[in-house]
Design a protein around this ligand. Structure first.
Ligand SMILES: [Mn+2]
Length: 350
């Protein structure tokens, strides 16, 4: 247990929420992944870890719902500057591909060459995330990946699946279905993460999606074809709310679809854009922070266990972190704090 002295400050290189913990005495280990190579619209998600970490220092540690869970220790690993540098190089190449395709360029050789380089770099990132994730899970700690765009947790979900022998479900909160079979030629696009997860040999036994309101027909057909995917479309949830069904009842329906062990993959754009105005691909509609926090509580109160999680797509809207609006990082840090707190409680009791 962390004996906390509020006057202590943490290193500027690692740690989070102002908690003076080390990796060794922390139950939750956060892995920052500053990567947004295939980002297609707004940019800045690679700054997510810096934004969230900076905002995290303003959060009061005692929490009405999760009490002093932080005493079990939350630690963020040092910022991987080498991956940020690599991100910047390969994002430029990916943007070149997108530009050439938009201009209907006939330079197919260049397009194919650059696309292949980007795909290899994304595979390398996923492999690195998987190795890092395994090193956290093998210490019987809870992993929390902080992206980056939504392609970043693929390796983390593989590591979780290996550790739990596939005996878990993914709760996917997002505006987008992310079930595209590659996007703009990139196999590991942020728009393909759940397609990649659900077609991998280390797949979870269930994918439960909440808040989805942007998807193509191919993705809709994919959902219909898979009994192991259950999607709660945002429009259907909102219609039920408007017809008088309570959020508590809807949360029971969502939770009932989940197996005992739950991995939460949280794209910040699942929230109403009011809470994430600078995220890369905002969509009107979505969940409130209160609804999401209520859903977390419902999962844990049902006796299910949050085994690990990720938070991604918190973004500066293309600016450098020191120029960006603090709001997106502020909301992101609060969502992350609740994920940490409920994970601790669910692992104590369930
Ligand atoms: Mn997503």
């Amino acid at each position: 247990m962390i004996q906390f002295d509020p006057s202590t400050t943490i290193s500027s290189d690692f740690g989070i929420f102002g908690i003076p913990a080390t990796e060794a005495d922390s139950k939750i280990i956060l892995l920052p992944v500053p990567w947004e190579v295939t980002t297609s619209y707004g940019s800045g998600a690679s700054h997510g870890p810096v934004m969230v970490r900076k905002a995290s220092e303003q959060i009061d540690l005692f929490d009405l719902e999760t009490g002093k869970s932080y005493e079990d220790g939350y630690f963020m690993r040092p910022y991987p500057q080498d991956w940020k540098n690599k991100n910047d190089i390969f994002k430029t190449k990916a943007q070149k591909v997108i530009t050439l395709k938009t201009e209907l360029s006939e330079d197919i050789k260049t397009i194919n060459q650059l696309t292949q380089e980007v795909n290899i770099a994304c595979d390398d990132m996923t492999q690195w995330v998987r190795t890092q994730s395994e090193s956290i899970l093998n210490q019987n700690k809870i992993l929390g990946l902080v992206g980056g765009d939504h392609s970043t947790p693929f390796g983390a979900i593989q590591a979780v699946s290996k550790k739990w022998n596939g005996d878990f479900g993914v709760l996917h909160i997002d505006a987008h279905a992310d079930l595209r079979n590659s996007y703009q030629g990139f196999k590991q696009s942020h728009a393909s993460i759940m397609h990649n997860v659900m077609t991998h040999e280390l797949k979870p036994k269930k994918l439960v999606q909440v808040g989805i309101r942007d998807f193509c027909e191919e993705e809709y057909d994919f959902i219909q074809s898979r009994p192991d995917i259950k999607t709660f479309f945002d429009l259907e949830l909102k219609k039920k709310l408007l017809n008088g069904t309570t959020w508590a009842q809807l949360c029971q329906e969502i939770v009932a679809e989940l197996p005992q062990n739950v991995y939460i993959s949280f794209d910040i754009d699942g929230l109403d854009p009011v809470f994430c105005p600078h995220t890369g691909t905002p969509v009107p509609g979505g969940l409130s922070v209160d609804q999401v926090f209520y859903l977390f509580e419902a999962i844990v109160k049902s006796g299910r266990k949050i085994i690990s999680f990720d938070l991604n797509e918190v973004s500066t809207g293309g600016l450098n972190p020191d120029e960006a609006d603090d709001w997106d990082g502020n909301v992101g840090a609060r969502v992350l704090y609740k994920l940490c707190g409920w994970s601790i409680i669910s692992n104590r009791t369930n």
